[in-house]
Design a protein around this ligand. Structure first.
Ligand code: NAP
Length: 282
């Protein structure tokens, strides 16, 4: 029978550990403050920002919310980020993406100080990850590593195949799996014979943004399957990039959607926030 990888339970465990760590840091007079900036009122972003603030309150991290109108200019946003970079009372800065189309996201990400880059998107954080230096890890892939480790799934020596090469999931996932001594293959929309490659995977990580695309034909018998995708079905239910009902009987372990990778992203964001004071300790 396949093991269901429970992201809800594991993310709660991580938040509880961080809460304990924050209590100890608090006793030493150390606190953590996350600045969360949202531009406009995209409903999905509003939900994400609300969940991040809730997680901060649970763990014992202070949060400051900056809710800016849709018409905010790139220069105004740059000015605010620079102010927060210079503010010693702020440890982490998060700009909720996507930004309105008149603002250059890459320019904003590059303006955030690498020392406060808790999303791990700054080129300095990305470079540190690839050369194996300590730094902020991109939250979703870091959460997947935790899901695997805390479910007792070894990575070293395994054939790991990633479907998708985005900057926020696929590429940092490859770096993290390499760091854990996996043998890594990254596939994308130009991969010839995707099935042939995914069927080699002991660990298959799917982040392609295609509803229920991965069926049992893509999966080796007994593989571990991690589904990053997030979609809404016509009946309102959530589903992933993997056709769960079809694939699950053929796996050794699999993540559900919802309740798999999703909850891990915020837990790892909290970990990056606490990391800002762990680094100070050193
Ligand atoms: P993205 O930026 O759209 O990238 C999708 C990747 O999949 C691209 O590299 C693309 O290849 C590849 N791809 C698309 N169709 C393919 C095909 N037929 N065969 C092989 N590769 C294909 O997506 P993303 O931001 O990484 O997100 C992926 C999914 O994860 C989305 O459903 C998103 O909502 C979800 N997500 C969830 C979380 C979470 O916390 N749970 C976090 C982030 C994202 P090319 O590069 O060649 O175009």
């Amino acid at each position: 029978m396949s093991q269901l990888i429970d992201g809800k339970r594991i993310s709660q465990q991580i938040k509880d550990e961080l809460k304990e760590e924050m209590k100890k840091l608090d006793a030493l007079g150390k606190s953590v403050c996350l600045a969360v900036i949202q531009v406009g009122d995209d409903p999905a972003s509003t939900v994400y920002v609300r969940n991040k603030k809730k997680a901060c309150a649970y763990v014992g991290i202070r949060s400051r919310a900056y809710e800016l109108p849709e018409e905010t200019t790139e220069e105004e946003l740059i000015r605010l980020v620079k102010e927060l970079n210079a503010d010693a009372g702020v440890n982490g800065i998060l700009v909720q993406l996507p930004l309105p189309s008149h603002i250059d996201e890459d320019r904003i990400i590059r303006t955030i100080s690498p020392d406060k880059d808790v999303d791990g998107f700054h080129p300095v954080s990305v470079g540190r990850l690839w050369i194996g230096e300590k730094g902020f890890l991109s939250c979703t892939p870091a959460g997947i590593i935790q899901l695997l480790k805390r479910s007792g799934i070894g990575i070293a020596g395994k054939e790991c195949v990633i479907v998708g090469r985005s900057n926020i999931v696929g590429k940092p996932m490859a770096a993290l799996l390499l760091r854990e001594n996996g043998t890594v293959t990254v596939t994308h929309s130009r991969t010839v014979d995707l099935k042939e490659v995914t069927k080699r995977a002991d660990i298959l990580i799917v982040a392609m943004g295609r509803k229920k695309f991965i069926t049992s034909e893509y999966v080796k018998e007994g593989a571990v399957v991690i589904d990053v995708g997030m979609h809404r079905e016509d009946d309102g239910h959530l589903c992933g990039d993997v056709d769960f009902a079809d694939v699950e009987p053929h796996t050794a372990a699999i993540t559900p959607v919802p309740g798999g990778v999703g909850p891990m992203t915020i837990a790892m964001l909290m970990d990056n926030c606490v990391e800002t004071v762990r680094t100070q300790e050193e």
